[in-house]
Ligand binder design. Structure first.
Ligand SMILES: [Zn+2]
Length: 190
């Protein structure tokens, strides 16, 4: 199990966790799935374990990811959805053969048609994106307040006032920046 990614199954939104694998999009962007094995790692911690991934499959994953990013960003800003992004998301959604499985203890698992089927995993992510962009799921798409991030995230807080894609990354960084700024102005004691 990889330690490079947090466990996304605990209340995380699959589609926006996936778009978050390219972070700091408006700063020094960091590609968190630069090679096929890293996508395998990410899918594993996301409950979509595959045994292998080819370079071509990784490229398809990037294509889907960027399309979800474009559509989710437009939705968060209440702009019209880019037609090409919608097309890509739909294509990936229909091509997979993943099945939802109910476990004896009442949790949902995804069963892919084969252990090498990255396409099946991508179809689950595409369907998840459709859920949140269409408003089928309870929550609100918003953009991270960090100017170097601006990631689309899905706010399920009661007040719908979440500002950061992740508290332990963007939220803390912003807090620290504000603290340092105040310190320079002499507003915070050492
Ligand atoms: Zn952020």
């Amino acid at each position: 199990m990889s330690e490079r990614f947090p466990d996304f199954r605990l209340g995380k939104v699959l589609a926006t966790s996936f778009t978050g694998t390219l972070s700091e999009r408006h700063g020094d962007a960091v590609e968190r799935i630069p090679v096929p094995q890293r996508l395998v790692d990410w899918l594993t911690v996301s409950g979509l374990a595959v045994e292998s991934c080819t370079t071509a499959q990784l490229e398809r994953a990037w294509e889907l990811r960027e399309s979800i990013h474009a559509a989710a960003t437009a939705a968060a800003q209440q702009d019209p959805l880019p037609a090409s992004a919608v097309q890509v998301i739909n294509d990936y959604s229909v091509q997979g053969r993943a099945a939802a499985i109910l476990t004896p203890d009442g949790t949902r698992q995804w069963r892919l048609s084969s252990a090498s089927s990255v396409e099946d995993a991508l179809s689950v992510i595409a369907a998840d994106a459709i859920d949140i962009i269409s408003g089928e799921r309870d929550g609100k798409l918003a953009l991270c307040a960090s100017p170097t991030c601006r990631a689309a995230f899905f706010d399920t807080s009661q007040s719908r006032t979440r500002r950061w894609c992740e508290m332990n990354t963007c939220g803390n960084r912003q807090k620290k920046a504000r603290f340092n700024a105040n310190k320079q102005k002499g507003l915070v004691a050492d």
